[in-house]
Design a protein around this ligand. Structure first.
Ligand SMILES: C[S@@+](CC[C@H](N)C(=O)[O-])C[C@H]1O[C@@H](n2cnc3c(N)ncnc32)[C@H](O)[C@@H]1O
Length: 208
């Protein structure tokens, strides 16, 4: 990983009072996963675990992976406050997604939000796609190139991508693209100010 987004960077982001995603589940996950029947899920780059916790509370059995031990510590602490019924459905895994290989064709849902390892993004998306079980769903969400907020913080080329770029590695014989969108939404910045966020959203279903 490059210096800017290596493990040390993320550990620092999750140290002290800092955060890098927050404790609310991602709006695009809520929009895309609410209609799915619970099964097994992989949350790749789970951060503080808000998405994993939301899924577990809806009955999913979740594997939640992140490179940052500080993020996983926070996630576990939060999970513990929600009771064994929810926390017991999540396996927290500290691993680098650039070399961690998920079980192939295993998960009914593979979800990743705002994870963009340098030089390894496309390979990561391919591995995540391979991890989806037949009939399962792949959900990739990232910063769209129109997203000026994230662009103000970094010019690293791997950070911004379109849904079409995320879909490029999917074999059309095996996948149905359900949504490949550029979506804008309102959000609140760290200083409490209102802003517009632009997401790239890819939802695809692997054929049974
Ligand atoms: C912008 S945060 C998003 C967190 C969460 N997905 C969310 O949407 O709130 C990116 C997350 O990806 C994790 N991450 C970045 N590179 C990683 C890698 N190579 N392997 C595993 N996790 C990684 C970071 O530690 C961080 O938690």
């Amino acid at each position: 990983m490059p210096e800017e987004f290596d493990k040390a960077y993320w550990e620092e982001r999750y140290s002290g009072g800092h955060t890098a995603g927050g404790r609310r589940p991602n709006p695009q996950l809520l929009a895309e996963a609410a209609d799915l029947a619970p099964g097994t899920a992989l949350d790749a780059g789970c951060g503080e675990g808000a998405d994993a916790l939301w899924l577990a509370a809806r009955g999913w059995r979740v594997t939640a992976v992140d490179v940052a031990a500080n993020a996983l510590r926070r996630a576990r602490e939060h999970a513990d406050t929600l009771g064994a019924d929810v926390s017991g459905r999540i396996d927290w895994v500290e691993a680098d997604l650039t070399d961690w290989v998920p079980a192939e064709e295993h998960y009914d849902l593979v979800s990743t939000h705002y994870v963009h390892p340098a030089g390894a993004r496309d390979a990561l998306f391919r591995r995540l796609a391979a991890a989806v079980a037949p009939g399962g769903t792949l959900l990739i969400v990232g910063h769209h190139p129109a997203d000026t907020h994230s662009a103000a913080h970094t010019s690293a080329p791997e950070v911004h991508f379109t849904a079409e770029e995320a879909a490029a590695g999917l074999d059309p014989e095996r996948w149905d693209v359900v949504a490949a969108d550029a979506r804008s939404r309102s959000a609140t910045g760290h200083g409490g100010h209102a802003m517009t966020v632009h997401d790239a959203v890819l939802r695809a279903r692997k054929r049974p």
